[in-house]
Structures are given as structure tokens and as C-alpha cells.
Design a protein around this ligand. Structure first.
Ligand code: NAD
Length: 243
């Protein structure tokens, strides 16, 4: 049983890391707001319905500022507070710089970085009034060390780290924490597309010699949501890739 039931929004929670985060918070008894660009599966809804908290679904594209605003407002209207916002939705549009189109660059920034800006801006208004709240942004080791073929993605994730640290400073006086999680390479649809050869090369760069599991990232999110004296930090969940 949880000490206090929180309302937790997880963007991009229809699969992968976001789905594991939603599960971890639901399992801890919290109310969870699911989001993705497409419908949430019956299987996922049924999986989450066995825990104590309520599950609410709000489907839409977080790179649309009107939708991002609606996601937060509908959560507030339904549950009365917005306690934890987890900006997890993200995409990759990989290409080498000389071949990268402006569309590939813009789409990645629009969803990964601007989507985070839109939801955080609206959620932080409610959190400021509440004088409490926790924001967790999904960055990446790629935003810390770069990756050939991912200049757009690296820029979006490095942007998230700078955004996290700046917003943490702005919101700290009201007791609101803002942190980032930087996963390394995690077993999900995002990494499924990589060839075996690329995966082999990646494994040579991971001291713990395996990809991470979505549940391991979820554990870090749950941990951060329970901390009151950690803010402006980037927690790496990367098997030791960045030390
Ligand atoms: P995934 O592709 O498996 O899932 C992405 C989720 O985001 C899906 O639910 C999808 O519907 C949602 N989404 C995408 N665009 C959206 C939009 N515009 N609006 C709303 N929802 C949208 O990805 P994942 O591997 O689970 O990654 C989750 C997060 O973790 C991303 O931010 C990603 O950049 C980050 N990350 C992943 C890895 C990895 O190795 N998988 C590593 C580092 C960081």
C-alpha cells in the first residue's frame, strides 16, 4: 500500500520503457495516465486494472501544443492534481548528417524536446500552485556522448538535459523536483530495428555486457518520484556506458 496516492502522467506509455514505467507506478498503487499516439491495447489496460489506482487514457501527439495542454488539463480535471509528469515519448529518425533531411531533424526535435517543453510548461503551472510535484524527463547517453547517425536525436536529448537542469533551478523554490534519466541501450521497439552487427558493436561499449530492460529504467523513475532532495540530476541507467 502506498503512503499517498499520486497522479502520474507517462507520455508514450503504450509500449517499451513508458509501458514499464506505467506498470511500475500502477503496481505501487498510483493513478496513472497513459498516453501514446495510437490506442492503448486491451491487454495493457487489463494488466493495469488489477492494481489499486485508477487508469486514465489520453491519446494524442505531444508535439502538438494543444494536445499536450489537453493531456495535462484533463488529468487535473479527473484527479484534482498532477503530481508526477514523466516525459518519456520519443522517436529516432537516424541518418548520417550529410543525408539527414530537415524533416528528420525537425520531427525529432519537435517530439523529443518541444513535446517535453509543452507538457512541462502546463504541468508546472499546476505544480507551482500545489507547491509540490516531480518531473522526470527521458534523456539518453546519446545526448551525453553523441552517436554517429543520430545528430538530431543527440541534439534533442542533450537539449533535454539542459532543459531539465534549468527548469529544476526555476521550480526548486516551490519544492518541485526535475530530473532526467539517461538510459543506455534498452531492449524495446526503438532498439529492435538495429541490425545484429550494430547490436554487437554496442555490446562492446557496455561494461555490464547486455542491453538494459525497460523495467530497470522504470525502477529509476519510481525511485526519483520518491525523493525530495534530488533535483537537476541526470541518472544514468546504462550498464556503465558513461562513468
Ligand atoms: P518506443 O519506440 O518503444 O516507444 C515510444 C513511445 O512513445 C510509444 O508509446 C509511442 O507511441 C510514443 N510516442 C512517440 N511519439 C509520440 C508522440 N508524438 N506523442 C505521443 N507519444 C509518442 O521507445 P522506448 O525505447 O520505449 O523509448 C522511450 C524513451 O526512452 C524515449 O524518449 C527514448 O528516446 C528514450 N530512450 C530509449 C532508449 C532505448 O534504448 N530504447 C535509450 C535511451 C533513451
Amino acid at each position: 500500500m502506498v503512503e499517498s496516492i499520486k497522479t502520474v502522467i507517462v507520455t508514450g506509455s503504450s509500449r517499451g520503457i513508458g509501458r514499464a514505467i506505467a506498470y511500475a507506478f500502477a503496481n505501487a498503487g498510483h493513478n496513472v495516465v497513459l498516453n501514446g499516439r495510437k490506442e492503448i491495447s486491451e491487454e495493457q489496460l487489463s494488466e493495469l486494472s488489477h492494481f489499486g489506482g485508477e487508469i486514465f487514457t489520453c491519446i494524442g501527439d505531444i508535439s502538438d501544443p494543444d494536445f499536450a495542454s489537453r493531456l495535462i488539463k484533463e488529468t487535473k480535471d479527473k484527479f484534482g492534481s498532477v503530481d508526477v509528469l514523466i516525459n518519456n515519448a520519443g522517436i529516432t529518425r537516424d541518418n548520417l548528417l550529410l543525408r539527414m533531411t530537415e524533416e528528420e531533424f525537425d520531427q525529432t526535435i519537435d517530439i523529443n524536446l518541444k513535446g517535453t517543453f509543452y507538457t512541462t510548461k502546463v504541468a508546472s503551472k499546476y505544480m507551482l500552485k500545489q507547491k509540490s510535484g516531480c518531473i522526470i524527463n527521458l534523456a539518453s547517453v546519446v545526448g551525453q556522448v553523441g552517436n554517429a547517425g543520430q545528430a538530431n536525436y543527440a541534439a534533442s536529448k542533450a537539449g533535454i538535459i539542459g532543459f531539465t537542469k534549468s527548469v529544476a533551478r526555476e521550480l526548486a523554490p516551490r519544492g518541485i523536483t526535475v530530473n532526467a534519466i539517461a538510459p543506455g541501450f534498452v531492449d524495446s521497439d526503438m532498439t529492435d530495428v538495429l541490425s545484429d552487427k550494430v547490436k554487437e558493436t554496442i555490446l562492446t561499449q557496455i561494461p555490464l555486457k547486455r542491453l538494459g530492460q525497460p523495467e530497470e529504467v522504470a525502477e529509476a523513475a519510481l525511485f526519483l518520484s520518491n525523493q525530495k532532495y534530488i533535483t537537476g540530476q541526470v541518472i544514468n541507467v546504462d550498464g556503465g556506458m558513461v562513468m
